[in-house]
Ligand binder design. Structure first.
Ligand code: PRP
Length: 210
């Protein structure tokens, strides 16, 4: 598995405001979207493209276009939805599928409550969005789900991750094609399995308490 931790002063700056508890909801939403666009630039470095002949006003030249099947973006509801616009801005022709997952706060096991994805993901590059990689249970289940449907390349984009979460993703990835992109690798988890120092509950800060 490949891990990329974004190393950019603008990422750190936006993350600092995002972490602060007094940051209001509209600012939080905007920052998640902006951060996502910065992370998307890193995460799509190996997006598949095909050569394409074009005519400029001056000469003929070779450019590129996204390969088919087009990449599939999969936000994990709820919190991943906050990252979708930032990703779509950069890759507007990608297709979007949805996975609804919630962590059972007693057992910490992920529960899948919704799924809207193509039946076959054969030959697809998939980009999974979820701001929080805590124990890693939710993202690991999402990655397994996509490989079971035939995906051959999965990139997960998270704002915050923990060493425990990264280990879990390494386990599920094995020798399959998985890339993990993070804005920050945080210290770890507290006794309630919240990321420390973290930013609180991303879903609640984006959308209010469910
Ligand atoms: C949060 C977060 C991840 C998951 C991370 O979602 O957005 O999906 O928990 O935890 P894990 O790595 O330990 O599995 P939550 O269950 O709070 O649902 P929400 O997005 O609807 O708020």
């Amino acid at each position: 598995m490949r891990i990329i931790v974004a190393d950019h002063p603008l990422v750190s700056h936006k993350l600092t405001v995002l972490r602060q508890e007094q940051t209001p909801q509209p600012t939080f939403r905007l920052l998640i979207e902006e951060l996502m666009t910065l992370l998307a630039y890193e995460a799509t470095r190996d997006v598949r493209v095909d050569p394409m002949e074009i005519q400029t006003p001056v000469a003929q030249t070779t450019g590129v276009r996204l390969s088919e099947p087009l990449p599939l973006i999969v936000p994990i509801l709820r919190a991943g939805l906050g990252m979708l616009e930032g990703m779509v801005k950069l890759v507007p022709t990608a297709e979007v599928g949805f996975l609804g997952m919630a962590r059972d706060e007693e057992t910490l096991e992920p529960v899948t409550y919704a799924e809207r994805l193509p039946d076959s993901l054969e030959g697809r590059q998939c980009f999974v969005l979820d701001p929080m990689l805590a124990t890693g249970g939710s993202l690991a289940a999402a990655i397994e789900f996509l490989f079971d449907r035939g995906a051959d390349d999965v990139t997960a984009i998270c704002v915050l991750g923990t060493p425990e979460g990264v280990e879990k993703i390494k386990e599920v990835a094995g020798d399959r094609n998985v890339t993990l992109v993070l804005a920050s690798l945080d210290e770890g988890l507290d006794e309630n399995a919240f990321i420390v120092p973290g930013l609180g509950d991303a879903g609640d800060r984006l959308y209010g308490t469910a």
